[in-house]
Design a protein around this ligand. Structure first.
Ligand code: ZN
Length: 195
């Protein structure tokens, strides 16, 4: 096993209000908790094959508070005796299109890892919009999201496409789209664990 533990966080729970797409004409709808869990499950399956150590921080279907997620992440970080990296998997909403990745504010190891994730998505989805913030010289966006600010290890939060954008939603709801989203995460993780 390689010397970095990947902490996979799937955001939100089955009962989380909002966090869902509009209902499509055929009656189908995307729920973010389901998408996040499916992507994390796909990543985990690939990491098994690659013999990369990982933990799924929220095996539950219900929503687990951010404080509890951070507590779990920091406990794994403290006891595993390895470098760690947390990846929180989400899908976006609020009017927009494309992919973006967040780190905490300020330059840390997280920025280096998030750039690798950004580049992996750019490679996997050359036809899609990559949303970046180049003010500080890299492509990640920075925010004081609780989980990014309070974890003791490098951490990033991926926002794969927009649930409320019809073209993006097609990617999010398709088998092909989901396999590509998982693949981009895995390609990035394979590079990150070598650092
Ligand atoms: Zn989310």
């Amino acid at each position: 096993m390689k010397n970095r533990l990947i902490l996979l966080d799937n955001g939100h729970g089955i009962e989380t209000a909002g966090k869902r797409s509009p209902i499509l004409q055929d009656g189908s709808q995307l729920f973010e908790y389901e998408f996040n869990r499916d992507i994390v499950r796909r990543i985990a399956k690939a990491l098994d094959k690659e013999q990369i150590d990982y933990v799924i921080l929220v095996p539950e279907l219900k929503d687990v508070s951010l404080a509890e997620r951070v507590k779990r992440a920091n406990a794994h970080h403290a006891k595993c005796g390895k470098h760690t990296c947390l990846i929180s998997v989400h899908s976006n909403a609020g009017g927009g299109t494309g992919f973006e990745v967040f780190t905490s504010v300020g330059q840390t190891k997280s920025d280096e890892f998030a750039q690798i994730m950004f580049d992996a998505f750019k490679k996997e989805f050359p036809e899609q919009k990559m949303r970046s913030d180049r003010v500080d010289g890299d492509d990640d966006k920075e925010s004081n999201f609780y989980i990014l600010k309070n974890t003791n290890c490098p951490a990033m939060l991926t926002e794969s496409f927009f649930m409320d954008h019809l073209q993006d939603l097609k990617i999010l709801m398709s088998e092909y789209g989901r396999s590509r989203i998982a693949k981009a995460h895995v390609e990035a993780i394979k590079k990150i664990i070598k650092l």
